[in-house]
Design a protein around this ligand. Structure first.
Ligand code: PMV
Length: 325
């Protein structure tokens, strides 16, 4: 028996960032988070379940994953699908991204979100977006936010089971049409400290973590309101403060690690002076500069002047799409 499904899902950039878990097996976060799904930056994943296979085989951008990576990435997710389906049927997963992996662009998020949609389609399970976001979360926390388009809200939840820690859309992709994300690829090198290890180190050691969690609780309604009112000044301010807050916690963690480099700091200073855009950085060196379409040229000229490796311009994008041939 052969069952096939294929889907694409977007990468996302966090505005309110997820940094710290209360349960690392289920990826239950310490705080709720908000992100934007990115248009044209996606993973495409095909899954083939075949009763003749005797193990899973995962290929990402043409490279087969080893046993350890396989467990981290996809086996957890495939096991959940096998449990729901009620049969031990293994899969061949083939995933490609149209952007560099492990570079601060959420490649695993997009890949896992595409995988859950593809597997749901292959096994004909008709699971809801909420269910799929929970499965994606177990694969890799921020992947749950790639199960919707537009502006995504990941509810941290309070239950130990994780059933109330899921993601939903708060505004659709066409809500704020002139918002753009200008991504400056500073380096395509794999980051040295994974977000998993980084978060664990921060939870164990950062004295600022408690303040950050209070700041997030207090400002989430303001972030949502700034989007609702399309209040760019407030949205830019909060975006930068939430990025700063995560990287301050990271700087405060021990053993020491830090993701930002000199060029990133130069970008931060320039954006703060410019005043009509916001920077935000995930666990990597690449800068996401959120601005409005009418200011994009000024930002692009600045980025060209400091010689970044590559620039990608994206808008708020749609959610996953299941492909049928
Ligand atoms: O989902 P993970 O384990 O790759 O963690 C992602 C963490 C950040 O990208 C730094 C922040 C976020 O909310 O996406």
């Amino acid at each position: 028996m052969i069952l096939e499904g294929e889907a694409i899902a977007p990468s996302n950039i966090a505005i309110v960032k997820y940094w710290g878990k209360r349960n690392s097996e289920l990826n239950l976060p310490l705080n709720s988070s908000i992100s934007i799904s990115l248009d044209g930056i996606y993973a495409k994943t095909k899954v083939v379940f075949d009763s003749n296979f005797n193990e899973d085989k995962i290929i990402i951008n043409g490279k087969e994953l080893g046993i350890k990576e396989k467990q981290d990435y996809a086996t957890k997710v495939l096991n959940i699908f096998r449990n729901i389906y009620g049969k031990k049927i293994y899969a061949l997963v083939n995933s490609t991204t149209n952007f560099p992996e492990s570079s601060g662009l959420a490649s695993s998020a997009a890949g896992i979100a595409a995988l859950v949609y593809a597997a749901n389609s292959a096994l004909n399970l008709n699971l809801t977006q909420k269910d799929l976001s929970i499965i994606a979360r177990i694969g890799s926390g921020s992947a749950c936010r790639s199960t919707v388009g537009g502006f995504a809200f990941w509810e941290k939840g309070v239950k130990d089971s994780g059933e109330d820690s899921f993601c939903y859309q708060i505004f659709p992709e066409n809500y704020w049409e002139d918002l753009v994300d200008i991504i400056a690829i500073i380096s395509t090198q794999k980051k040295k400290i994974s977000s998993r290890l980084g978060m664990q180190t921060s939870v164990n050691s950062s004295t600022l973590m408690k303040c950050r969690l209070e700041f997030i609780e207090r400002t989430i309604p303001e972030v949502i309101n700034s989007i609702k009112e399309k209040n760019e000044k407030k949205f830019f301010e909060l975006t930068m403060r939430h990025s700063n807050s995560m990287h301050a916690v990271i700087l405060d963690s021990w053993p020491s690690f830090f993701y930002l480099n000199d060029k990133d700091l130069e970008i931060m200073r320039w954006i703060q002076d410019y005043g009509k855009a916001a920077y935000t950085f995930d666990a990597g060196q690449n800068a996401h500069i959120i601005t409005l379409q009418q200011y994009a040229d000024v930002v692009l000229d600045f980025l060209k002047s400091i010689n970044v490796e590559k620039i990608i311009v994206s808008k708020v994008g749609h959610g996953p799409i299941v492909l049928h041939d």
